[in-house]
Design a binder for this molecule. Structure first.
Ligand code: ATR
Length: 298
């Protein structure tokens, strides 16, 4: 009989907390990275009730965890328990990664950095001087917009079902970079005009996500140009209605799986003070793409 020695006495421990947590694929991702890179770290999923959030963080600190990922519904509430929060995480009002070092808790938002790194890798280009349309104005949109502005986007048009939320987000972005953002109603004439001129269109709404896979945030009469890049943060289904219509128009399409992988990679890098080589990230992403495609067929 062999010995399973992945977890030993000196193994570093990390976790993801959320409620619910059963559907998280972060344990598969982080344990794969540890295994691929020969790093002695184990990563577990933990369901944490909101009422115990502060106590849970104290416990992780006492137990010597090296870090945790934070997912829904704790990304905002967790901030009050931290010693330090990065500028981007403050702007986003959300933390998805905590580093425990020398008794201090530092909060990061690797959704922002992960999105930009993923986009550059998958699209082969960044946001500098690009004209971008964002569908949605919630938490995911805020993170994506901050990353895009930081990367030098020329203009962001935020289209949302509730106009006031888009206006609020545009105002915050204009405070960050004057004249960078505007707001309009989802599927309005203004949005259609913005899409005509855009280089990149990004869906951050949940429209089209399983089980409502037949839904599309955009009206049927919207046509893409073949040199546009269309990105959907959804990865289940692997190809949403929006991405399918963009692909049929000849656009480069990107789903949300890469963002999930790259945000995790950045968390892993923060905790372990390593740089994960791009070839490793690409191989891991390819494995996860297969994993999800196979699951979708079943
Ligand atoms: P997240 O953190 O994932 O962004 P959120 O903050 O709840 O979640 O935001 C969800 C986004 O999806 C919002 O932009 C929401 O539009 P509203 O601000 O009008 O609520 C958008 N959304 C959700 N369901 C939608 C639907 N059926 N049609 C259009 N937009 C929808």
């Amino acid at each position: 009989m062999g010995i399973f020695d992945f977890i030993k006495g000196n193994t570093k421990i990390a976790a993801v907390i959320g409620d619910p947590i059963e559907h998280s694929i972060s344990p598969q991702l982080h344990n794969t990275l540890s295994w691929q890179l020969g790093i002695n770290m184990a990563y577990i999923p933990l369901r944490v009730d909101k009422a115990y959030l502060g106590k849970a963080l104290e416990t992780f600190k006492a137990l010597g965890f090296i870090g945790i990922n934070v997912t829904v519904p704790h990304k905002q509430h967790v901030i009050e328990y931290l010693d330090e929060v990065t500028e981007d995480a403050k702007l986003a009002g959300a933390v998805n990664t905590i580093e425990f070092r020398d008794g201090k808790l530092t909060g990061y938002n690797t959704d922002i950095s992960g999105f930009v790194r993923m986009f550059k890798s998958e699209a082969g280009t960044g946001f500098r001087e690009r004209d971008v349309v964002i569908l949605g104005a919630g938490g995911a949109a805020r993170g994506v917009c901050i990353g895009i502005i930081r990367d030098g986007a020329k203009r962001i048009s935020i289209a949302n079902r509730t106009l006031s939320r888009a206006e609020q987000l545009a105002e915050e972005l204009n405070n960050l970079k004057k004249g960078s953002a505007s707001a309009c109603l989802l599927n309005s004439r203004e949005m259609k005009k913005a899409i005509q001129h855009a280089d990149i269109i990004i869906n951050t709404t949940s429209v089209g996500m399983y089980p409502h896979t037949e839904c599309n945030p955009l009206d049927e009469d919207i046509v893409f140009r073949e040199n546009q890049i269309v990105c959907d943060l959804i990865y289940n289904p692997f190809e949403t209605c929006l991405l399918k219509s963009a692909r049929l128009s000849g656009c480069l399409t990107i789903n949300g799986l890469g963002m999930l992988i790259y945000q995790g990679v950045h968390s892993f890098e923060i905790w372990n003070k390593v740089e994960v080589p791009e070839t490793v990230v690409k191989n891991v992403l390819a494995s996860f793409k297969n994993y999800f495609k196979i699951k979708e067929i079943q």
